[in-house]
Design a protein. Structure first.
Length: 413
């Protein structure tokens, strides 16, 4: 029982996670206080490294996997890595908005939620006479040129769902057109480059596209930033699971149930953690400024369907790379010329269409064979080398830019 005195040396519960130490240590201390008969042994592994670690014989001794990587949990479930969760799920909602919070088969469940949105420097925007952005369309304002930090979806792990949030919210054609105009205002942030929040804190950008926990971590460390959840946003649940051959199934069950309990969920509001609980009752008593996804869903928000988006995340990221990132130095001045013409009262709708046209239609992007081909490329020996099909998308986008430039020249824009 929680709080009962241990009669012998504490038993080890081994947890594999990618969470930062300042997060894990607070959960660890609270768990060991509630269950003194157990001690956590934490093994840090990023999602790409966690899968092979957990696929070792007897899962490398792991009892629990706890991480914000839905694809890793689903992949390992297919490999029969998990046992049925030893939890009472009565107090746990099945979904929030259109986001499922657990595996329908009962092998893993959400432990907290993260939301996508905008890291902002209010003073930087105020100094330029710009309003705080409320939704994605606000990011196309030409006055934001060069002021948006954009994580590259093909390089930054958390970024691909943001592409799909916009596509689901605005539709395939309008969504890509909006992304093209946003990209023209942006500074791309590659893997291994500075974090989005660093760009804003250093004054190089005023807005950054991110996921809330990265921004909240920066705020907890003193960064003068704010985080805005746009009207059209999506959620990324973190999950927890128990390994099939757990050496300590009772300890694993105790840890999982503690984390999902009301007391465990309330720990997520700590200023050093700042995560969104998956229990509606955990929001009681929190400041009114605290984003509540359950309240947002009740008001008709959070319509992003992450399960529907998941199969084509890599495809959308590759389209983004070929259409927007690779040719960004060429694309940006074309948008500047078009926007200047429009501001001068000379609309050029065909130029706008060409600059925002995706290289393929949505039906082609939904082809499972295409998803498999890109997946094989990403898992192969040369993951950074695009397939001929992907390169063809870049060629189509290049033809569109050439046609747009010609029309701009003819219009004297």
């Amino acid at each position: 029982m929680p709080g009962a005195l241990a009669k012998s040396a504490p038993q080890t519960v081994t947890v594999v996670t990618s969470y930062a130490d300042e997060f894990v240590s607070r959960i660890e201390a609270a768990f060991e206080k509630a269950y003194p008969q157990y001690r956590l042994r934490v093994v840090w592994r990023m999602p790409n490294d966690a899968a092979p670690y957990l696929q070792q014989p007897d899962h490398g001794g792991a009892d629990v996997y706890w991480s914000a990587s839905p694809r890793t949990f689903a992949r390992l479930a297919r490999d029969n890595t998990w046992r049925k969760l030893p939890i009472d799920s009565g107090a746990l909602p099945r979904q929030v908005g259109k986001t499922e919070l657990g595996d329908a088969a009962g092998f893993y469940t959400a432990s907290e939620i993260a939301g996508f949105g905008f890291a902002v420097s209010p003073p930087a925007l105020t100094q330029r006479g710009l309003p705080l952005p409320a939704d994605w369309t606000d990011l196309s304002d030409p006055r934001l040129a060069g002021l948006i930090a954009l994580p590259v979806p093909a390089r930054v792990g958390f970024a691909p769902p943001m592409v799909e949030i916009v596509l689901q919210a605005y539709g395939w054609q309008r969504g890509w057109a909006l992304w093209s105009e946003i990209a023209a205002n942006a500074k791309p942030i590659e893997r291994g480059s500075t974090f989005v929040t660093d760009e804003i804190a250093a004054g190089r950008c005023a807005i950054g596209l991110s996921i809330d926990f990265f921004v909240n971590s920066a705020i907890a460390n003193g960064a003068a930033l704010s985080f805005i959840y746009p009207r059209h946003t999506g959620l990324n649940p973190a999950h927890i699971a128990v390994t099939r051959n757990s050496p300590n199934p009772e300890g694993a069950a105790a840890f999982v149930n503690f984390l999902l309990s009301l007391n465990g969920q309330k720990l997520l509001a700590h200023p050093d953690i700042r995560r969104l609980p998956i229990r509606p009752d955990a929001y009681a008593g929190l400041p009114t400024r605290q984003f509540n996804p359950f309240a947002a869903a009740a008001e008709g928000g959070l319509q992003f369907d992450s399960d529907a988006a998941r199969p084509r995340l890599a495809t959308s990221a590759s389209l983004f790379q070929q259409m927007l990132i690779e040719p960004l130095a060429e694309l940006t001045p074309l948008w500047r010329r078009l926007q200047a013409a429009e501001q001068a009262g000379k609309p050029l709708p065909e130029v706008r269409r060409l600059l925002g046209a995706p290289p393929i239609d949505e039906a082609a992007a939904n082809d499972p064979a295409l998803h498999r081909a890109i997946g094989l490329r990403l898992e192969g020996e040369n993951p950074a080398i695009p397939t001929p099909q992907e390169l063809a998308w870049g060629e189509t986008a290049a033809r569109n830019r050439h046609a747009a430039r010609k029309l701009l020249d003819e219009a004297g824009a």
